[in-house]
Write a protein that binds this ligand. Structure first.
Ligand code: CP
Length: 309
């Protein structure tokens, strides 16, 4: 399948059928990952650069692994040891990447729109691996894929996002993605964590977790992002946990069929108690496993891989 789009910059720019196409492609790469030698020659000769200006464990490693599993060369740019530290601009970095004739660039940056800026200037395809508070499209795709594995379809399912919606690129991409797939989305958090126009995305809004938690099929717990927020947006970590945390008390009342997801990294003891990790329907590590297959699908589709799988 040749995609309609050259870059993956955000879920907002994808249609429902684009999303389904990526999820279907992911199925075949998940099969590859289960083989004794989980490597295919689909992107042999292609070069991907991982350009991460912000810290990452899951996204950076899984893009790197995805490229290797597809037999592409993958080069990892290390922000702390790069010439950005000597004043190199994003435009200069882009021009240098262009000069090295790479095929694809995976970029994470604190500035919303940085991947779009690069996409306008590079011949290479660009994948947004998280731009500030704006979008994190591959996280939404891997979350949708994980839920589809367990629910069959997201159509009509009630999915609750709890926490810092306003500063979360994961929440934004996921809400758009799940809505395009037919889910009913609700959000819950302190008013300072909910964007004023959140209803425009078609979400139901709740301020009290106990009012909605026991009514949903999926709970997506969001990380309290200390690096993007001012702690004064809520009175204290203790109060936040009491009002919005998935605590062991709330877990004991949760129906065993409810799925719990979290994009990671988790602030254990803040948005979730550690006992949640043992809950059979907690899918946090399944999300990470599926992240490699989803990113293989994205790189494969954008790089114009050939069917030798
Ligand atoms: N979910 C996510 O983006 O994790 P990392 O910051 O570790 O990549």
């Amino acid at each position: 399948m040749k995609p309609r789009f050259k870059h993956l910059l955000g879920i907002e720019l994808l249609t429902r059928s684009d999303i389904i196409g990526i999820l279907d492609q992911t199925e075949s790469f998940l099969e590859v990952l289960k083989r004794p030698i989980p490597v295919v020659p689909a992107l042999r000769g292609k070069t991907i650069v991982n350009l991460f200006f912000e810290p990452s464990t899951r996204t950076a490693l899984s893009f790197s692994l995805a490229a290797s599993r597809l037999s592409a060369h993958c080069v990892n740019f290390s922000f702390p040891s790069s010439s950005v530290q000597k004043g190199e601009t994003l435009l200069d970095t882009a021009r240098n990447i262009e000069a090295m004739r790479v095929d694809g660039v995976v970029v994470r940056h604190s500035m919303p729109g940085a991947p779009h800026f690069l996409a306008r200037r590079l011949k290479a395809f660009v994948v947004n691996a998280g731009d500030g508070c704006h979008e994190h499209p591959t996280q939404a795709l891997l979350d949708a894929f994980t839920l589809r594995q367990h629910l069959g379809s997201l159509k009509g399912k009630r999915i609750l996002f709890v926490g810092d919606i306003a500063h979360s690129r994961v929440a934004r991409s996921n809400i758009i993605c799940f809505s395009k797939l037919g889910a009913r989305v609700a959000v819950c958090g302190p008013p300072t964590f909910l964007p004023t126009d959140i209803e425009k995305l078609g979400c139901e809004v709740f301020y009290r977790l106990d009012k909605i938690l026991y009514e949903v099929d999926v709970v997506n717990m969001l990380r309290v992002q200390n690096e993007r927020t001012d702690l004064s947006l809520f009175p204290s970590i203790r109060e936040y946990r009491a009002l919005y945390g998935l605590t062991r008390e709330r877990l004991s009342k949760l129906d065993k069929s409810v799925l719990v997801i979290h994009p990671g990294p988790v602030n254990w003891g803040v948005e979730m108690d550690f006992e949640i990790a043992e809950f059979p329907q907690t899918l946090i590590l399944n999300q990470v496993t599926n992240g490699v297959a989803v990113r293989m699908a994205v790189l494969y589709l954008l790089a114009g891989g050939h069917e030798e799988t």
